[in-house]
Design a protein around this ligand. Structure first.
Ligand SMILES: [Mg+2]
Length: 316
């Protein structure tokens, strides 16, 4: 299957932006630039990150590209090249989304690739290489994305200062109802923010707001104090709360895979930050504070808050 697939893939990416040497040789050759390179890698496993029989292989490709691009958005980097690997199951699977036809491993590979091509086209990224294997286990896909650092350097997790606002993009919670398969990496928003505003620190929300906020303020050696009432709650989180018996705000705080951005923005910059940028809402939900730990402010009272989240591996 490998040779015919490679020939097809080489043809399929011919209209995308091209590296110096791309698919079809022993290794890719990327043009050098004077900017620092930013590299991220992330894999998705059937049964943990997706249910192939429910979502179909194209959605797996979309999600793989989306989660990797989200990590580059969190660094304010511009993605240039994607590398993708898939360990395909030897036995064919049935996918609801593609009717009653059984899906052969090569058909699954093509569909995953098509999902990735959608994101490569949308974000102007090359698909510069990859690998496929057949095995007896479940479907595992992996991607590495290379990008360029912005002028002045990347955002890191370690730059938040006490007094900075805790800002989140979009609306949070309930991604399990579908949004986790249609990740909208905040590349454009991050680039605009990087150019126009002084952002002290950033990460993307992959494991849940509470957990990702903890990782950011721990790297910054400070704490955070948030107001639960200010957290922008998605419609999906409200819908999920009806069946889960939990509060919608718990879903917004604890559910994973929002793939929104979490930012540390100084007060002076907050004053000129618009409520929306690149059609994405920007909300201050509290402040970074010098006292370590995660705190909830409720009127005049401050209580410690447990950062609950969905941790499904060691991905960042
Ligand atoms: Mg991340």
């Amino acid at each position: 299957m490998e040779h015919s697939f490679i020939a097809w893939a080489k043809q399929r990416v011919s209209k995308l932006s091209q590296p110096e040497v791309g698919i079809g040789d022993d290794a890719a050759v990327l043009r050098a630039s004077n900017r620092s390179r930013v590299v991220t890698t992330d894999s998705l496993c059937e049964g943990s990150h997706f249910l192939l029989a429910e979502c179909g292989p194209r959605a797996v490709g979309r999600k793989l590209a989306g989660v990797n691009l989200s990590d580059l958005a969190a660094m304010a980097a511009t993605p240039t090249d994607m590398f993708v690997s898939a360990c395909l199951t030897k036995l064919a699977k049935k996918a609801k989304s593609s009717g009653d036809d059984d899906l052969s491993p090569s058909r699954i590979a093509v569909e995953i690739f098509e999902g990735i091509v959608e994101y490569a086209e949308k974000y102007g990224v090359s698909i510069s290489g990859g690998d496929t294997n057949l095995w007896d286990g479940p479907l595992v896909v992996s991607m590495t994305v290379i990008g360029e650092a912005p002028e002045g350097g990347c955002w890191l997790r370690s730059g938040a200062k006490p007094g900075d606002h805790v800002v989140v993009t979009g609306e949070l919670g309930g991604s399990i109802l579908g949004r986790h398969l249609n990740v909208e990496p905040r590349i454009e928003l991050a680039n605009l923010l990087r150019q126009e505003f002084n952002v002290h620190a950033a990460t993307d929300i992959s494991d849940g707001l509470g957990v990702d906020l903890l990782s950011l303020f721990t790297a910054s050696r400070c704490g955070a104090e948030i107001e639960l009432g200010k957290i922008p709650i998605s419609d999906a989180a409200r819908k999920l709360a009806v069946s889960s018996g939990r509060l919608a705000v718990d879903h917004a705080l604890g559910d994973g895979e929002d793939f929104e951005l979490l930012l540390a923005i100084p007060e002076s910059e907050m004053q000129r930050l618009p409520p929306e940028l690149a059609d994405v809402r920007l909300t201050s939900i509290g402040r970074f504070v010098s006292r370590t730990g995660l705190w909830q402010r409720d009127g005049g009272k401050v209580r410690q808050l447990a950062p609950k989240g969905y941790v499904h591996g060691t991905s960042s």
